[in-house]
Design a protein around this ligand. Structure first.
Ligand SMILES: Cc1ncc(COP(=O)(O)O)c(C=O)c1O
Length: 367
């Protein structure tokens, strides 16, 4: 089976380095918020080209902590997309703010600027822009819109490690970027982990406190924070895995290039290619088809795994009945949810695997 992710196929050198790193942490006798975290934060800030990286428990907490650091909470509205991991919206709710859902663009499934503008109200404080699937687009436009509307731009970078536009990586365009290092992400830990990146000193300082009970100095709590600390084992794993990130990202781009050049089927369409001066991180390679169930079954028969990101847009989740949204509706998110299908695009795929996926797609017959 060609899997969506295949950690067991990773290079033996990486596996050995992770085992040594785990031993290093165990031998150190220090397990939470220590030198491994400091070292990872430094490396991640450098790679992202920002002044600060703050390790946190996971990507969802990263968003909540950024919102809370900006004093966004009860009574405030935050605009985002319904075509995202549920965590994006849950983080807004957990911060005490009200999510407002704007629709997406058809060709990218990224947040639509027109729809977002329809969602603006006097209570809007921020937009959480998700670089879905690893795409990064139109960041100058987004900066301008947010500046004009006097609201914060917060980037959800959970799927966009090393996605680049105009020479800058994701997380450089808003007040902060929120990363997840969940194991399946392009840079993944061996458990939950996340980070906030920012150039803003006061946000970074507040986030450092909020991740650790709101503590300023030991046992002093000027405010009520969370427990969202990054542990040493995860940080050590991330330091080792970081050494491979550029190579792995390049491989994802090669695989995507092969798919874009070769997939040709009358019932299947591809998402828009990245614009000039930008590089997609291909966390997911997504195709669209009105015959999704049949295609997914056919692929399985050809020993190719596929997944759907995401089958249920946020406003259709039972927990989100009546959630505020674009008055014109969210029809493009709804149709995307019915048609999107993610096919394998991970760095351990061989050239034969890529051909097998393409052949499997080409042998799909519509009855
Ligand atoms: C777009 C997006 N935002 C946020 C998250 C939340 O990250 P985590 O699972 O680390 O909390 C994810 C992860 O699934 C994601 O894909």
């Amino acid at each position: 089976m060609i899997l969506m992710n295949d950690f067991k196929a990773e290079p033996i050198e990486l596996r050995d380095a992770m085992i040594s790193a785990a031993k290093r942490v165990i031998d150190s006798g220090w397990f939470v918020l220590g030198n491994e975290v400091i070292s990872f934060e430094k490396k991640w800030a450098e790679l992202c080209g920002v002044n600060y990286a703050i390790g946190v428990g996971n990507g969802m907490d990263a968003i909540e902590i950024v919102l809370r650091s900006l004093n966004i909470g009860p009574g405030d509205e935050v605009i985002t997309t319904p075509m995202t991991a549920f965590a994006t919206v849950l983080a807004i709710v957990r911060a005490g703010a009200t999510p407002v859902l704007a629709d997406i663009e058809d060709e990218t499934a990224l947040l639509s600027k027109e729809s977002m503008l329809r969602c603006i109200s006097p209570r809007t404080k921020a937009v959480v822009l998700v670089h879905l699937y690893g795409q990064i687009r139109d960041m100058l436009d987004w900066q301008k819109i947010c500046e004009d509307q006097k609201i914060y731009l917060i980037e959800d970078c959970a799927q966009s490690h090393l996605a680049i536009i105009d020479g800058k990586v994701a997380g450089n365009f808003g007040i902060a970027g929120c990363y997840s290092f969940y194991p399946t992400k392009n840079l993944g830990a061996i458990g939950d982990a996340g980070a906030i990146v920012s150039d803003n000193a006061s946000l970074a300082d507040r986030a450092l406190k909020l991740r650790n009970y709101g503590q300023s100095v030991r046992y002093h709590h000027p405010e009520l924070g969370m427990n969202s600390r990054l542990d040493e084992i995860q940080a050590a794993m991330l330091c080792e895995r970081l050494k491979w990130l550029e190579l792995f990202t390049e491989r994802r781009r090669q695989i995507a290039g092969e798919y874009q050049a070769k997939i040709n089927h009358s019932y299947i369409s591809l998402m828009a290619k990245p614009k000039e001066r930008s590089a997609h991180s291909y966390h997911l390679f997504v195709i669209k088809t009105k015959k999704r169930d049949a295609l997914q079954k056919h692929l399985e028969g050809c020993k190719v795994q596929s997944l759907i990101h995401y089958p249920v847009p946020v406003h259709y989740q039972d927990a989100c009945n009546g959630m505020k949204r674009d008055p014109k509706g969210l029809s493009l998110s709804e149709s995307h949810a019915k048609q999107c299908l993610s096919i394998p695009c991970h760095p351990q795929m061989t050239d034969d695997d890529i051909e097998q996926v393409i052949d499997a797609i080409h042998t799909f017959k519509v009855k």
